[in-house]
Design a protein around this ligand. Structure first.
Ligand code: GUN
Ligand code: ZN
Length: 441
């Protein structure tokens, strides 16, 4: 159910958010705010009041519709900092590690995106998947075809989602149908930037797939684009798999390490998002810190493809911004709740910790900060865009039983992280508009 005309509304319920940035991505009670009976007032997609029902109820304009979400938990919309639009439907391809998986599952699916109708159908499917999982902002790789990026941008614009996306640049080591050239990748990326970047809530990311599928010449072109358009994002993959890293060493023997391949071409920086970033040398962590580059932690994908365990402690020690990511379709779930559950387990295996509040932060304000959007989204601050999710803590019979047992809000949120999935997403709102309602499915 979508109420397109809604410009002003009042939302009553139990609210939870990270009210301040946690540094370095480790949250305490001080960072968190909770209203047992709270009120959010929205106008033209933005938050005009956030506080307790008692403090705000007299501010509700007379003709303003009021939605009361009882027995639920309302949190900011989830931010998925790395995933692949053309892999929307290939989740769960059996039996391989990264390089074989790309050949067998990812590339064949991506070939289909030369077709504009297919791209448009899949864009609608993909965004619905995000919204039914409570994800309201994402940073997405498209296929090599410019048409795949325009299809996704147009669908996101239709829903008024804040979205980063980019056409993949890839001029070697992939099937011929999926290759561009330095010149065509430059021309097409530039045209897409000029059409879509900063149009409403859309942003462009220069998207060299990863070092093995780009020549040095193409990476130089990516760097030139970044210089030409400094507020555009850059997204790629880094140090996901040991065979991949060995391959990069052979392809770029003159570079000090994998990150140096990108750095050398001007591709590090505050708007540069590096998917995976698992097997890094100390010098690479230092360079992340020096350049304020961003890591995308993709736990379900890293486990599924047997890639390795992300070292959150090292990232925290270096004060590196880390976003959480599904990495669909290498990742196995669109749900950021499930992704958090796997993140928790990955850290457990290394004697590290993801507290309930770290988890809330990682999926919301921390993700927004990783994408340099924390002034726009990520919590319920007045003036921010009203992207939020109504969680049902009793979506399953098991959860309903647990609901009666937990005696703190942190425990309640943690049980949602460990047991939750798309069934937990009761309603999703984007820029103040209801865009997904579970009971209407
Ligand atoms: N490295 C290069 N391309 C990809 C991709 O599509 N998925 C993952 N997980 N890693 C990659
Ligand atoms: Zn990826």
């Amino acid at each position: 159910m979508t109420d397109k005309k809604l410009e002003r509304s009042a939302i009553r319920g139990r609210f939870l958010h990270a009210k301040t940035v946690c540094d370095p991505s480790s949250c305490t009670d001080e960072n968190i705010q909770h209203f047992e009976d709270g009120l959010l007032l929205l106008e033209q997609g933005r938050i005009t009041f956030f506080g307790s029902w008692a403090d705000g109820k007299d501010l509700i304009p007379q003709d303003c519709p009021l939605h009361h979400h009882q027995d639920k938990l309302i949190v900011p919309g989830f931010v998925d900092t790395h995933l692949h639009f053309p892999q929307a439907a290939i989740v769960g391809g059996y039996g391989e590690q990264l390089l074989q998986w790309l050949e067998r599952h990812a590339f064949p699916a991506e070939k289909e995106f030369h077709d504009a109708d297919h791209a448009a159908d899949m864009a609608s499917f993909f965004l619905k998947q995000l919204l039914r999982n409570g994800t309201t902002t994402a940073s997405a790789f498209c296929s090599v075809h410019a048409i795949s990026a325009s299809a996704l941008f147009e669908a996101a614009e239709h829903t008024n989602m804040r979205l980063i996306a980019g056409k993949v640049m890839m001029d070697r080591n992939a099937p011929a149908e999926l290759l561009d050239t330095p010149q065509t990748s430059y021309d097409q990326s530039k045209a897409l930037i000029e059409t879509f970047h900063n149009r409403g809530r859309l942003h462009y990311a220069i998207t060299p797939r990863f070092a093995p599928t780009s020549t040095a010449e193409q990476l130089a072109v990516a760097g030139a684009l970044k210089q030409e358009f400094p507020d555009v994002y850059m997204q790629t993959h880094l140090s996901e798999n040991l065979a991949e890293i060995q391959w990069v060493k052979e392809l770029f023997p003159q570079r000090e390490n994998y990150l140096d391949v990108y750095h050398h071409h001007g591709l590090t920086g505050p708007r540069s998002i590096f998917g995976h970033s698992i097997h890094l040398e100390n010098q690479e962590y230092d360079r992340f810190q020096e350049t304020d580059s961003v890591m995308a932690f993709c736990p379900t994908s890293n486990l599924f493809l047997g890639s390795g365990l992300f070292d959150m402690k090292k990232a925290r020690d270096h004060k590196i911004r880390v976003g959480l990511a599904t990495d669909i379709g290498g990742g196995t779930s669109y749900s950021m709740l499930r992704t958090l559950a796997e993140a928790y387990k990955v850290l457990q295996l290394q004697g590290q910790n993801l507290s309930p509040w770290d988890a809330l932060y990682a999926a919301t304000l921390g993700g927004a900060r990783a994408l340099s959007m924390d002034h726009l989204i990520g919590n319920f601050d007045v003036g921010k865009e009203a992207d939020f999710v109504v969680l049902d803590p009793q979506a399953t019979t098991l959860q309903a039983k647990q609901y009666k047992r937990v005696d703190s809000l942190a425990d309640l949120f943690f049980s949602l992280v460990i047991l939750g999935d798309e069934r937990s997403i009761s309603h999703t709102y984007v820029a103040g508009r209801l865009v997904h309602e579970q009971s209407a499915q």
